[in-house]
Design a protein around this ligand. Structure first.
Ligand code: SAH
Ligand code: MG
Length: 220
């Protein structure tokens, strides 16, 4: 798979997951099906495989997730590690579905959902130290989420961001004028975020062409 290094961004191509050891239980398969049917943008298998590998290696005690949706990735992360997952969601319908799904998974003692806009939820988690922060919400706000929540990251903590290549659009600089204004705005914001991450000397960052693009930033 392509590793996107320093300021050089290579053309995004779809990375196919060749082999993995992901196993899904019945509930998770149902959630995947639900997401497909209702166009809920849950994490791709490739991305999940990457994230779970990080979680098994790091064994985080506390994970912060920004963007719960139906609770799919929160459930997988809690299952992979036994970690406590704190996850923030601003959409009431998603929040209700997540609560129900997490109960069904028997993980309501491990996963705590905060029903708020993540830009307004700092006080809800400010007393917790996190070993992993997974950013997977409104792309235009990634930079703000990063700045707001990374003060809660432990030494050697990691920040993982999903959808960093935004279906390859971030890379597609030659065709940028073909997209709508709002999409162009998002692409510009994501590119700015890429640069700020790669220039942030407090973190070692790599952006991978996995799933919809995933970054990992390790606190130095
Ligand atoms: N992590 C989930 C998918 C999240 S989809 C999974 O892989 O299973 C993104 C979610 O982020 C959506 O449900 C959306 O409502 C939520 N979201 C977007 N911006 C947000 C914000 N500022 N605060 C809280 N939630 C937000
Ligand atoms: Mg995502």
């Amino acid at each position: 798979m392509a590793v996107i290094h320093a300021m050089k961004i290579v053309t995004a191509k779809a990375v196919t997951l060749v082999k993995n050891n992901l196993e899904f239980n019945e509930l998770e398969l149902e959630l995947k099906e639900y997401a497909k049917e209702h166009k809920v943008p849950i994490i791709f298998d490739e991305g999940l495989s990457f994230l779970e590998a990080i979680i098994r290696t790091k064994r985080p005690i506390n994970i912060l997730e920004i963007g719960t949706a139906i609770g799919y990735s929160a459930i997988r992360m809690a299952r992979a590690s036994g970690s406590n997952v704190y996850s923030i969601e601003r959409d009431l319908n998603m929040y209700n579905l997540a609560i129900e799904n997490i109960k069904r998974a028997g993980l309501d003692n491990k996963i705590h959902i905060i029903f708020k806009d993540a830009l307004l939820a700092f006080d809800d988690v400010k007393d917790i130290k996190f070993d992993l922060i997974f950013i997977d919400a409104a792309k235009a706000q990634y930079h703000k989420f990063f700045d707001l929540y990374t003060p809660l990251l432990n030494e050697n903590g990691v920040v993982v961001c999903d959808n960093m290549l935004f279906h390859g659009l971030v890379e597609d600089k030659d065709n940028i004028e073909n997209y709508s204004r709002s999409v162009r705005g998002l692409i510009r914001k994501l590119n700015e975020f890429h640069e700020s991450l790669l220039n942030n000397s407090d973190y070692d960052t790599a952006i991978y062409d996995i799933g919809d693009g995933m970054s990992i930033s390790v606190k130095k």
